[in-house]
Ligand binder design. Structure first.
Ligand SMILES: Cc1cc2nc3c(=O)[nH]c(=O)nc-3n(C[C@H](O)[C@H](O)[C@H](O)COP(=O)(O)O)c2cc1C
Length: 153
C-alpha cells in the first residue's frame, strides 16, 4: 500500500505524530510524509491512502490546510481513501472545534472516502506537550487505519 501523510504544524506536535504514523505505515508498504505547503498534486497521483493531519486553529483549519483544500483539483481526491487526524485542546469538539472533523467534511465534499472516523490527539496546552499516552494512541490508530485500508484495497 502506498501512503502519503500530509500535515501542517505550528509547534511541532502534529508533525511529531505524523512522522510516527508514517513510520507505522512503512511497515506495510511505501509511506511518504510531506508538510502541506510543499505538496504538488503529482505527489498524490500514486497514493492509495492519504492521511491528513492538522492542528485545530480557531475551531477549524490552519491557513495552509485551507489553502491546500481550496487548490486541490477535485479529480485528485475523487474516490481516494483518506484518514484524518488533528491535535487540539482537551475539550469536547463541539466546544473546542476539531480540524479533523472539518477535514473530514471537506474531503468527503471533494469525493474522497473516509476509511475511519476523524481522530483527535490532545495537548495539555496550546504549545504542548501532548497528553500522556498519545504516542501509543497514534501507533494504535495507525494500525487500525492500515487494517481498514487493506480490507478496502
Ligand atoms: C492560533 C491558535 C488557535 C487555536 N485554536 C484552537 C481551537 O479553536 N481549539 C483547540 O482545541 N485548540 C486550539 N489551539 C491549540 C492548537 O490546537 C494546538 O496549538 C495544536 O494542536 C498544536 O499542534 P502543533 O504543535 O502541531 O502546532 C489553537 C492554537 C493556536 C496557536
Amino acid at each position: 500500500m502506498n501512503t502519503l501523510v500530509l500535515y501542517d504544524s505550528r509547534f511541532g506536535h502534529t508533525e511529531h505524530l505524523a512522522m510516527e504514523i508514517a513510520e507505522k505505515f512503512k511497515e506495510h508498504g511505501k509511506a511518504e510524509i510531506m508538510r502541506v505547503h510543499t505538496l504538488g498534486v503529482e505527489d498524490m497521483r500514486d497514493t492509495d491512502l492519504l492521511v491528513l493531519g492538522a492542528p485545530s486553529h480557531n475551531r477549524g483549519l490552519t491557513p495552509a490546510m485551507e489553502e491546500f483544500l481550496a487548490n486541490v483539483p477535485p479529480s485528485a481526491l475523487l474516490g481516494k481513501h483518506v484518514a484524518v487526524f488533528d491535535t487540539r485542546n482537551k475539550a469536547p469538539w463541539v466546544v473546542a472545534g476539531s480540524a479533523a472533523h472539518r477535514l473530514a467534511r471537506r474531503v468527503k465534499g471533494l469525493g474522497a472516502k473516509l476509511v475511519v472516523s476523524p481522530k483527535s490527539f490532545f495537548l495539555t496546552r496550546d504549545d504542548g506537550p501532548l497528553t500522556d499516552g498519545e504516542d501509543l494512541e497514534a501507533d494504535d490508530w495507525a494500525h487500525v487505519v492500515v487494517e481498514k485500508a487493506r480490507n478496502i484495497n
